[in-house]
Design a protein around this ligand. Structure first.
Ligand SMILES: *Cc1c(COP(=O)(O)O)cnc(C)c1O
Length: 380
């Protein structure tokens, strides 16, 4: 019996596509020792800010630093609280703790796994300074309603757009709604470096300047000596900036390919009992960092898919407040985020995925969930 394997992702296919554009510039950078700062970094920072529809972009070492340094630039510190969604990667809450403050976890809408104005309101206390909204899996949160709720309270709004490069709410790109927005260029993100990387984008020149200074040992921007605050070292290096500029040219096509895979899954799985698709808001231009479905018998489906050579993921098996590290900050039960954590399953999705591979995943899921799987392939 031949088993056609379907990997969860294929980062090599994206790297192969850009490598012809990169081999020359990377060789030049190496032979001229152009590693930190310089024109390649400045060029990518400008390109990325323009792509996000804002004036300023600052490269940093990774997405967690982008969040942590922006929180510090916004003045967050000990005694403060920042609202974050319970359904997210831990880095969102981690950054709040790194800034010396406490995360307050908000529940999510069970149909989108995104924060809602009501769930944010429920998490706000007199110590709350701001809200980090996460555009989870590539779908922007409701920036009209949520934006209004946050502004009405006089709080800052920070976008964690680490999973949503190029997503739009209405006709505006994510990254242009908050006081600032943070991106990760971890290799598996929709725009991924050949290593770690991150960026902060903002329309506010003061926030941009403070983030840049904090990531450069607290030096005033443009100066070499004189350290006014205790900073750290967190920079996007120039080799990664070259990779990101080359990949950015392909990002619109790769995003469209992701959306086509997602549409095929929606078509093939939409009516299937035992599996629920997440809702997509009509104003949301979703970029499908992940294609996540809810399946009550998730672990069984996942094991049977693995037997057939189909790799899946779980994002995330626990809601953030249920993780041991964050137990000091977990006050209330958050039933919707907790229930989702036991049901979410991420299906294979990447720009170079062939339609036949998508169909194989769909066919296997349909036969497993309707118990028509071949003899010997089923776990009970
Ligand atoms: C990946 C990710 C981050 C952190 O990015 P790193 O570059 O890995 O530090 C933050 N928030 C979310 C939602 C992420 O998915």
């Amino acid at each position: 019996m031949t088993v056609t394997t379907v990997p969860f992702t294929d980062l090599g296919a994206m790297a192969d596509e850009v490598w012809p554009d990169l081999a020359g510039p990377i060789a030049t950078a190496v032979s001229t020792a152009d590693f930190i700062g310089g024109s390649a970094v400045e060029r990518f920072e400008e390109e990325w800010a323009r792509y996000c529809g804002v004036a300023h972009g600052v490269g940093v070492a990774n997405g967690t630093d982008a969040l942590h340094l922006t929180l510090r630039a916004l003045g967050v510190g000990p005694g403060d609280e920042v609202v974050v969604p319970a359904s997210t990667f831990v880095a969102t809450a981690e950054a709040v703790v790194l800034a010396g403050a406490s995360p307050r976890f908000a529940d999510v809408d069970p149909r989108t796994l995104l924060m809602t104005p009501d769930s944010v309101e429920a998490a706000i206390t007199p110590r709350t300074q701001g809200v980090i909204v996460v555009h989870l899996y590539g779908q922007p949160a409701d920036m009209d309603e949520l934006g209004r709720a946050v502004r009405r309270r006089g709080l800052f709004l920070l976008e964690d757009a680490a999973q949503a490069h190029g997503a739009r709410w209405g006709d505006r790109p994510v990254g242009s709604f908050g006081d600032a927005a943070c991106f990760s260029f971890y290799p598996s993100k929709n725009l991924g470096a050949f290593g770690d990387g991150g960026a902060v984008v903002t329309g506010d020149a003061n926030i941009a300047r403070r983030v840049r200074s904090l990531g450069d040992h607290g030096r005033p921007v443009g100066a070499h000596h004189g350290h006014l605050v205790v900073g750290t070292t967190s920079r996007l290096d120039s080799l990664q900036a070259r990779v990101l500029s080359a990949k950015l040219r392909r990002l619109p096509a790769w995003t469209e390919a992701r959306r086509q895979v997602a549409a095929r899954y929606q078509e093939g799985l939409g009516d299937l009992p035992g599996l629920e698709l997440l809702d997509v808001h009509p104003s949301a231009h979703h970029v499908y960092h992940l294609f996540v479905v809810r399946v009550p018998k998730r672990d069984r489906l996942r094991a049977e898919l693995a037997l057939q050579g189909v790799q899946t993921g779980i994002h995330y098996p626990l809601a953030c407040h249920q993780e041991f590290a964050f137990s000091p900050f977990a006050s209330d039960r958050l039933p919707d985020a907790e229930a989702a954590a036991s049901e979410v399953l991420s299906l294979p999705l990447y720009p170079h995925m062939a339609p036949a591979q998508v169909d194989r995943v769909i066919d296997l899921i349909r036969s497993i969930l309707t118990e028509r799987v071949g003899a010997g392939a089923s776990i009970h």
